[in-house]
Design a protein around this ligand. Structure first.
Ligand code: PLP
Length: 393
């Protein structure tokens, strides 16, 4: 059996999404910036995709800017706001220490350029509070950037409350909603955020297309210089096929969101219950509340996550031991360390991320394979021999 359980890393393209993209790869090849009918046709398709995104996150179409990925959207939001407003407001930015590298590395680079960044700690379930954010706000704070949902453990942050305290102090809020859009309700009017990043390949659109929501009246400086595309804010001839895919995918992912969330959550719960029942000495790192429907992160003590992944792969199961972008890196995940796991426990972690395409049979299959793998690896581990004497099961 083959089970793809790494949907937080990326997802497969939905067949309906592929259909929606095909015109742009065939007849709809006009440049949307040209004025003849072939170009206008492409422009109209672009506008329809923009409307689909706007409807899904509840904003105006002209508040949506297409980008090349979530990473670009994050960089643009953070650097753009800082550059435009720092001279008036100041050079202090607030974030959390469990953000994706697209945010963390941007901010670390900006520290070298003279910005000051407060990296807020999270609690053992991976949450930051609005009170923590409020206490960190200074007169020179220009931006707060807090992710909506974490890619490794699935914790969902209290963005609405954070926005309330930010507004009281007149500070902009950006949220990296790359793991949230298409999986949980995301409504920029309800949350009040100023900027929001999303990425198509996390909800069955192709890779290489994303978007940034920018509230009307908010002006991030451009990241790149060039032509007048995206209302003079994001130059470069549009990736029309990708954008049409993103539009179709966001529409499909949000059409029956509650039903889909219930379905995926039931798979997640079954997987967590099975793991806890079958594997002694493991710790579920996904929080018990305010979490994504599909994320299951577990530390299986006394074994190496990497060996577990290889054996899962030999059994046809794709999962990951941290964020995909960081694998190949021997340091344990910064998120797992931030929630207080010791290095050796963090090293023994694996993340399964499920979506609507997964089935109960697949979860049963994971549960039939994982405990055996854990046992085999533990049988080879001197640490396990020692631990059996001390652990209470
Ligand atoms: N932010 C989060 C939370 C992510 O999970 C990812 C991708 O894993 C990104 C940003 C980067 O998105 P992209 O791969 O589209 O650059």
């Amino acid at each position: 059996m083959f089970v793809y359980a790494d949907n937080a890393a990326t997802t497969r393209i939905d067949p309906d999404v592929l259909q929606a993209m095909m015109p742009a790869l065939q007849d709809l090849y006009g440049n949307p910036s040209t004025i003849y009918s072939k170009g206008r046709e492409a422009h109209e398709a672009l506008d329809r995709a923009r409307e689909q995104v706007a409807k899904a996150i509840n904003c105006r179409p002209n508040e949506v800017y297409f980008t090349s990925c979530g990473t670009e959207s994050d960089n643009w939001a953070i650097r753009g706001i800082a550059r435009h407003y720092a001279s008036k407001k100041g050079k202090h930015i607030i974030t959390t220490n469990i953000e994706h590298h697209a945010v963390l590395e941007t901010l670390k680079a900006m520290e070298k350029e003279g910005y000051e960044v407060t990296f807020l700690p999270v609690n053992e379930e991976g949450f930051v509070t609005a009170e923590q954010v409020e206490q960190a706000i200074r007169p020179d704070t220009v931006l707060i950037t807090v992710m909506t949902a974490n890619n490794e453990i699935g914790s969902i942050q209290p963005i609405e409350e954070i926005v309330k305290v930010a507004k009281a102090h007149n500070v902009f809020v950006h949220t990296d909603a790359v793991q949230a859009v298409g999986h949980i309700p995301v409504d920029v009017q309800a949350s009040g955020v100023d900027l929001l990043s999303l990425s198509g390949h996390k909800f069955h659109a192709p890779k290489g297309v994303g978007a940034l929501y920018v509230r009307r009246g908010v002006i991030p400086d451009n990241l790149m210089n060039g032509g007048g595309q995206e209302r003079n804010r994001r130059p470069g001839t549009e990736n029309l096929a990708g954008i049409l895919g993103l539009g179709a995918a966001i529409e499909k992912a949000t059409a029956n969101l509650e039903r889909d969330m219930n379905y995926v959550s039931s798979l997640r719960d079954k997987l967590i219950e099975g793991i806890v029942k079958e594997i002694p000495c493991c710790k579920i790192n996904t929080p018990s509340h305010d979490r994504l429907p599909g994320t299951v992160n577990v530390s299986i003590k006394y074994i190496e996550g990497e060996s577990m992944l290889l054996m899962l792969d030999m059994n046809g199961i794709c999962a990951t031991s941290g964020s995909a972008c960081a694998s190949g890196d021997l340091d344990p995940s910064h998120v797992l360390l931030a929630i207080g796991l010791p290095h050796e426990v963090a090293h023994g972690s694996v993340r399964f991320s499920l979506c609507t395409k997964n089935t109960e049979e697949e979860v049963d299959y994971i549960l039939s394979v994982l405990p055996k793998i854990a046992q085999r690896l533990r049988d080879m581990s001197p640490l396990w021999e020692e631990a059996k004497k001390n652990e209470t099961f």
